[in-house]
Design a protein around this ligand. Structure first.
Ligand code: ADP
Ligand code: ASP
Ligand code: MG
Length: 419
């Protein structure tokens, strides 16, 4: 008998019919002889709706009260799934974040899980009861409701899997695995049977929203076996135990498989960045530090950075990207420090996309970046900034060219599925 944690995303939980299908999948997993816990998201669109209510009630909302409101979406679906399972003759009960408890820090709206007390859950699972846990929520040291940041139910599922020492954490969603790129954008995207933790971490952090980035780093740290698979299946579909989806594996496991690997594993697009340029910054030690220190203090993540020689001697232009959500704050802070930094103009552009190609094969092969630059140049797509890591190359381009860029790169790296 294995212990399995199953997570169902918002699209899978959207409405009574879909919850019934989910309950069927859970019941089959239990009938296969496993002890199961289920983590659920709110119905698709529900969290957005709740966030809007908070904005309407008070634009400068208190994050602790925001958490009370937005955590309710998952409370509803966990109760509904428990009811549906009971209607099918299964023993099931819901466990809210504070009941488990799932202890987090007090960073409301973006809390981190610190510890999960798994005793009660384990006892429930061992007795043949299906434990249904709302994703996304926890409880702070002060006993208040917290949430884990958007997409956080993936992290809840992995954390529960680590806490109960699950044999596998199955993340059920509306696609049947991790693809070479978003299959909703590129029809020729190919499903990957295996992806390494590191690759998935890079893909998630550069915009593949199929898994929340934190869920992947947690899985990697705790050694949780994660599978991404579809909940839109019928009874004739192969069972999850046959691993029909994408398995996230360690480098060793990947090398052990004799699968043919492409140099590039996947391509992601992120439209949530904005570009900021400061012109004619004095070219002297400390100038760049005076730009980035206040941004770091304000917790604004700077990603890509370039510094150009300006026309004037002794001056440079500095360009970088920040999350779009932080752009207004970043601009206000820089404008305030105009004298101290000594720049001439502050220019921003939020109509940009960061395109990234990711693959562990890059470690041992040269030429990945030059293929990227040439492919984009051949299509007349201008590159505005570049950044790299050991297994990733990212470029910033005009947002209008996003789909074209992803498609031509997908073809250039040989990722297209056979017609
Ligand atoms: P859930 O509601 O189940 O959490 P999400 O919408 O968060 O689902 O994530 C699933 C979506 O991720 C898919 O519908 C797909 O459009 C998108 N996606 C982006 N990149 C990829 C990729 N490389 N492989 C698979 N899906 C991807
Ligand atoms: N419902 C939350 C969100 O939409 C958490 C999740 O679904 O993962 O962000
Ligand atoms: Mg999600």
């Amino acid at each position: 008998m294995a212990r399995i944690v199953m997570k169902f995303g918002g699209t899978s939980m959207a409405g009574t019919e879909r919850i019934r299908r989910v309950a069927g999948i859970v019941k089959r997993q239990q009938e296969a002889g496993h002890a199961v816990a289920v983590v659920v998201s709110a119905m698709a669109g529900e969290t957005d709706r709740l966030v809007n209510f908070c904005r309407e009630a008070n634009a400068l909302y208190d994050p602790a009260e925001y958490d009370v409101v937005v955590a309710s979406g998952e409370q509803v679906t966990s109760g509904l799934l428990a009811l549906t399972l009971q209607a099918m003759g299964c023993k099931a009960r819901s466990w809210l974040g504070w009941q488990v408890p799932i202890r987090t820090d007090d960073a409301h709206a973006k809390a981190r899980i610190e510890d999960i007390d798994a005793d009660a859950l384990l006892a429930s699972m061992a007795s043949g009861e299906i434990a249904v846990i709302p994703g996304f929520q926890g409880v702070s040291p002060e006993g208040r409701v917290t949430t884990l940041g958007r997409g956080g139910s993936d992290t809840s599922a992995v954390a529960v899997a680590a806490a109960v020492k699950a044999d596998r954490c199955d993340i059920y969603t509306d696609v049947d695995g991790v693809y070479t790129t978003d299959p909703r954008i590129v029809a020729k995207a190919r499903k990957l049977p295996l992806v390494t933790y590191e690759e998935m971490l890079e893909l998630a952090s550069v915009g593949s929203k199929v898994l929340q980035t934190r869920s992947v780093s947690l899985a990697m740290k705790e050694g949780v076996r994660v599978q991404v698979l579809s909940s839109f299946i019928d009874e004739s579909a192969p069972p999850a135990d046959d691993l029909p989806g994408t398995m996230i594996v360690s480098d060793d496991e990947l090398e052990g498989s004799d699968m043919e690997r492409q140099l590039i594993t996947g391509i992601a697009a992120d439209k949530n960045e904005a570009k900021v340029t400061l012109t004619r910054v004095p070219d002297r030690p400390g100038a760049v530090a005076s730009i980035f220190a206040p941004l770091a203090e304000a917790n604004i993540n700077v990603d890509m950075i370039i510094q150009n020689v300006a026309k004037e001697k002794g001056e440079t232009d500095v360009t970088f990207t920040v999350p779009q959500a932080d752009l207004a704050r970043a601009l206000a802070m820089l404008e305030e420090r105009k004298e101290a930094i000594g720049f001439f103009r502050l220019i921003s552009d939020d109509h940009v996309t960061k395109i990234s190609v990711v693959g562990v094969g890059m470690r041992s092969h040269a030429g990945v970046a030059s293929t990227m630059f040439k492919t984009l140049a051949d299509r007349g797509i201008n590159i505005q900034a570049i950044s790299t890591s050991e297994i990733k190359v990212s470029v910033l381009i005009n947002a209008d060219e996003t789909e074209l860029a992803v498609r031509v790169l997908h073809t250039a790296y040989g990722l297209d599925a056979a017609a």
